[in-house]
Design a protein around this ligand. Structure first.
Ligand code: CMP
Length: 139
C-alpha cells in the first residue's frame, strides 16, 4: 500500500551540503518528497521528538547534535514507504550499514548518522504531525 513516512536529514549531512545527494537516493528508490522544509530544531522540539530515548545515556548528546545546525524535515510517500525508507537509509550504525545505503555512503558515526526515518506507520503519523500541517503536504 502507498504510505507516508517522516524523514530528517540531520546536521552532519546539511553541514556537508548533502541534502540533494540524499534526496536523489530517496527519489531513485521510488520515494516521493511530498513535503520538505529546512529548519533549526529547537531544544524543545528535539526533546519532544526523541522523548522515547530520554532515559538513554546518549540523550543529551542527541538533542545537542540535532540542534547544532539546520535539519531538513520531510514527508516521503511511496509503496511501503516506511520499510523502503529504512532499507535505503541502512543500519543506524554506519559500520553495519549495507553497501549502497545512505548511512554506508555518508554517515560519520552512530550519532552523526545523516538521516532519521520513522520505524512504523503509526509513529510516522505522529512524527509528521509534529512538524507539518496538512496543507503543507502536497502529494
Ligand atoms: P534516529 O533514527 O534519529 O533515532 C535515535 C537516534 O539516536 C539514532 O538515530 C542515533 O542517531 C542516535 N543514537 C543511537 N544510539 C546512539 C549512541 N550509542 N550514541 C549516540 N547516538 C545514538
Amino acid at each position: 500500500a502507498v504510505q507516508r513516512t517522516f524523514s530528517i536529514i540531520k546536521p552532519d549531512a546539511t553541514n556537508r551540503n548533502l541534502t540533494g545527494a540524499i534526496n536523489a537516493i530517496f527519489e531513485k528508490n521510488g520515494l516521493r518528497i511530498v513535503a520538505q522544509k529546512r529548519i533549526e530544531m529547537t531544544q524543545k522540539q528535539a526533546e519532544t521528538f526523541y522523548a522515547v530515548h530520554s532515559e538513554r545515556p546518549f540523550f543529551g548528546e542527541l538533542v545537542e547534535f540535532m540542534t547544532s545546525a539546520p535539519v531538513v524535515v520531510q514527508v516521503l510517500e511511496g509503496e511501503n514507504a516506511v520499510l523502503k525508507h529504512r532499507e535505503v537509509m541502512g543500519a543506524t550504525n554506519p559500520a553495519e550499514a549495507a553497501e549502497g545505503t545512505v548511512r554506508k555512503e555518508f554517515a560519520l558515526s552512530i550519532g552523526e548518522n545523516s538521516v532519521h526515518g520513522s520505524d512504523s506507520e503509526e509513529n510516522a503519523a505522529i512524527e509528521i504531525a509534529q512538524f507539518f500541517s496538512g496543507n503543507e503536504i502536497v502529494g
